[in-house]
Design a protein around this ligand. Structure first.
Ligand SMILES: [Zn+2]
Length: 396
């Protein structure tokens, strides 16, 4: 009650282009919660059995992290150190590092131990105000272990307060045990019928030398025929057609886009596909950043997310990711907040229940000790979170 600043996207996602620069800011308001949903926002006094003094707080919708690679096990810190000392990707692979090392660990691990590791990540994310998290398979790369990861994601969603949205990323990488990318994708497409109870979304790592544009198109069209939504890891390492393909197929999102060419940015901006930026990965790998400013100026629906994973981005702190989006991708603070709430909810097709402070929306909120919302960027390295409310319950 008596909230200093209640800050929300002005409308449900998608927000595109200029719309992204506005926020709805209310001063000295009360927010009431009933049965896990926001039931009132305004100046009237509301009867309740519990009150939180909001006079020193900025209240925002909980962050929606629409791209992570939980669940996984194992650390790849030695690989990180190797990279810093100048070792190449191939050197790291030869030393047993890279994505394959996580695949080995995940295959060896029981579902219970993967679950335990992921629970602790979710605890940390929740304490930073992240109330919804997408996670993917993709470290199994065979039927048994891909399904194991998806079942872990289902279990995480049911036992942890954070809402966990599962995606199938069987098409993440090819291991030596398979003859060719074509053969491997056939095998993964053979799992589609087993996924129906576990996820409704299929993702692919579309990249020259991994799964190129033509292979990705074939695979994702098979997924769409089965009724799945699709999304892509697109134009990350090279301009390889992923962003273009996302638009062509009507994908829910195209993620990364570091290397997307001008024509792709224009196509994305004219489409309904969410352009998801993952600036933590660029920072972690010391690589260029996606052209966020340009995408928004062209009119795109831009979301931001963490890409939290053990290899290329060991970062899940939304304040730091927002700092990077603002300082490196050229977003304004307002655009970054909209990108991490309403638009990231849109990327997960949850825009009607998440990403806004609005009556009827899920009561997922982060309570921040600040005079003004803009401080979250300047003070990103301080622990500004006073509390987190998830489905109406105070969880921090
Ligand atoms: Zn990713």
């Amino acid at each position: 009650m008596n909230i200093r600043q209640a800050v929300s996207p002005p409308k449900a996602g998608p927000l595109r282009g200029k719309e992204m620069s506005s926020l709805e800011i209310k001063h000295d308001v009360n927010i009431a919660i009933e049965e896990g949903k926001i039931s009132y926002i305004g100046r009237e006094y509301v009867e309740a059995y519990q009150y939180i003094d909001g006079s020193q707080l900025v209240v925002m919708p909980g962050f929606v992290d629409c791209h992570t690679h939980i669940p996984f096990v194992g650390s790849r810190s030695s690989e990180f150190i190797m990279r810093l000392s100048g070792k190449s990707y191939m050197d790291i692979m030869r030393a047993g590092g890279g994505i394959i090392s996580t695949v080995k660990e995940v295959r060896k691990a029981s579902a219970t131990s993967i679950l335990a590791d992921s629970l602790s990540s979710l605890d940390s994310m929740l304490s930073l105000g992240v109330t919804t998290v997408e996670g993917k398979s993709g470290y199994g790369l065979d039927k048994e272990n891909e399904l194991k990861q998806l079942k872990v994601l289902r279990a995480l969603d049911s036992i942890h307060p954070v809402d966990v949205v599962p995606t199938f990323l069987g098409a993440h990488a090819v291991t030596d045990e398979y003859g060719s990318p074509e053969e491997f994708l056939d095998l993964m497409a053979g799992i589609f019928d087993d996924l129906v109870e576990l996820t409704d979304t299929i993702d692919i790592f579309c990249e020259n030398g991994v799964f190129d544009e033509a292979l990705s198109r074939q695979y994702l069209m098979k997924a769409q025929k089965k009724g799945f939504k699709v999304k892509l890891h697109a134009d990350e390492l090279s301009s390889s057609g992923g962003g273009r393909l996302a638009v062509e197929l009507g994908a829910v999102s195209a993620d990364h886009l570091i290397s997307a060419d001008n024509e792709t940015l224009v196509l994305l901006a004219e489409s309904e596909t969410v352009a998801t930026l993952l600036p933590g990965t660029s920072f972690f790998l010391n690589e260029p950043f996606a052209k966020g400013r340009k995408l928004i100026d062209l009119g795109a629906i831009v979301a931001i997310a963490s890409d939290f994973n053990p290899g290329s981005c060991n970062i899940f702190n939304p304040f730091f990711i927002i700092f990077l989006a603002v300082s490196r991708c050229g977003l304004s603070v307002e655009e970054a907040i909209n990108a991490y709430t309403a638009n990231s909810a849109k990327a997960l097709c949850l825009e009607k229940e998440k990403g806004m402070l609005e009556v009827g929306y899920d009561a997922d909120m982060v309570l921040i000790r600040a005079e003004d919302y803009s401080e979250i960027v300047y003070n990103f390295s301080r622990d500004l979170v006073e509390g987190v409310i998830k489905n109406g319950n105070r969880v921090r």
